[in-house]
Design a protein around this ligand. Sequence first.
Ligand code: NAP
Length: 281
Amino acid sequence: MILDGKKVAGRIHDELKAEIGALSGRAPCLVAVLTTDHPASHTYVKRKVAACKEVGITSKVLQIAPQTTQEVLDLIDNLNGDPTVDGILIQLPLPAGINLMQVLERVDPKKDVDGFHPINIGKILLSDANALYPCTPLGIKVLLQAYGIEVARQHVVIVGRSNIVGRPLAALLLQNAPGANATVTVAHRFTKNLDEITKTADILVVAVGQPNLIRADMIKEGAVVVDVGINRIDKKLVGDVAFDEVAPLTRAITPVPGGVGPMTIAMLLSNTLACYKSNFS
Ligand code: NAP
């Protein structure tokens, strides 16, 4: 079975559009801050802006070329204090010399649509549902739920321990909460015998950024495989999993593109609406 993130995200967009269309007063507003000229960052922001438009969220892109961290902090302070701005997205990576932690910590946790603020990350560990969770981990959880894939009691192996995917996903699926209650193993560059560990996964999530890292002989037959990786080879997007040889062994697998990526954007929209609602509550 293919876990069609595009289709599930489309349904979520429709629900958000209906809910936003029924709001009285101004529309929710997301501001994206772009600090580099990286083409990939521009592409990602364009996609996010288009998705906002589709569901009725107002969006603005602020492009700056900061020389100091303070410039970014001042801009964030203005956005934090602006009652017409519900969500603030700092497109990563930041330019060299700009302090990532200071920037992430400056965003008002209530406007932190990416869920990267330490308060929101901490709330995942504490199973506090009253938080903004990072979009990719949340999108993976929602995608599995949409296909009725039970996570509870399953061994979930996550390859990759980044602050934006692997670690928060491990904390999310470990929660004592609906759609979670997994037993979680996290692997990284220093993990010994990766294939022995991946072979024990009922659900394998791969978030590394290396094409063909996961081959058929690393999979338990009947596993669910979620491929987060986005790699560009000859203008074609591929994941971290050798899809053609792995897919026949799986019970379900996400494609790249069209798997986790659209879910990430859907969660960004849903987090923006959540910020808007908390602004008015
Ligand atoms: P990252 O910050 O570079 O982290 C990569 C992780 O992979 C690190 O924890 C690293 O280990 C681990 N790793 C590297 N080589 C490994 C190996 N041979 N065996 C086991 N682990 C290994 O990357 P990221 O930001 O999490 O992104 C990962 C991939 O997902 C990228 O392709 C990115 O483009 C994609 N992505 C997609 C979405 C989406 O919406 N679809 C969202 C975010 C990211 P160490 O910690 O030991 O270095």
